[in-house]
Design a protein around this ligand. Sequence first.
Ligand SMILES: Nc1ncnc2c1ncn2[C@@H]1O[C@H](COP(=O)(O)OP(=O)(O)OP(=O)(O)O)[C@@H](O)[C@H]1O
Length: 242
Amino acid sequence: MSESSPAQPILTVRGLTGRIAGQLVVEDVSFDVAATGVTALLGRNGVGKTSTIRSILGLIDRTGEMSLAGTRIDRLPTHRIVQLGVGYVPEDREVFGGLTVAENLRLAERDRSPRRDEVRRLFPDLHDRRDQRAGTLSGGQQQMVSLGRALVNENRLLLVDEPTKGLAPKIVDEVAVALAEAAKTVPILLVEQNLAVIRALAHRAVVLSGGRVVYDGEASDLLDDEAMLRRHLGVHDAGEAA
Ligand SMILES: Nc1ncnc2c1ncn2[C@@H]1O[C@H](COP(=O)(O)OP(=O)(O)OP(=O)(O)O)[C@@H](O)[C@H]1O
């Protein structure tokens, strides 16, 4: 079976183990990413969230079984996984600082009919700044470029790593709105520390602790469970979690 029905997860991860320079950074992790909406991947600093995403993409050595809409991807190289429709918005944004906004977006285009109008609708500010060099943009604007680069292609799944990190509250809101819009058309696996953003966006949540999955369920149940938040995310009060 190569297509998924709405009820089936878009991505299944089973027994995923990741290594960097021989060192275990992801240990026997299993979870699903829902076929619609936002699935949050949470956990304390250094627990292996970024490494999990990079393992899915084949950017670090990994073993285990992973399927995208029924197609095994665990033995595929990164470029094949991307071609299958997995978009990646990395933690450090990775824009080309010496190129303009327009050039950054153009370089990311993979499809015959890139979704330029959609990116323009989501990020009108980028259109206004299309001739500005990306290296001179603010952190928030660079994050918009990074998101725009992923959204210009039609993807089956987006992997988004800490998109609001280090951004001012107003910009965090803008990024969250853009992600909510994007999630209407593509399922997202979102690594995010800001629990207010998780509360606003995520339906499902997966929590890693000690490199393993300790919660996999409804995001709202997790966010209402103060003991769980305290134990696994180091948050003291669910009400002021953000
Ligand atoms: N290039 C690397 N070389 C060696 N160890 C690494 C490397 N990258 C990550 N690690 C280690 O792997 C573990 C998991 O790191 P990872 O970045 O995946 O965690 P994370 O949950 O995303 O953390 P954070 O929330 O702080 O971004 C950490 O112990 C980290 O020190």
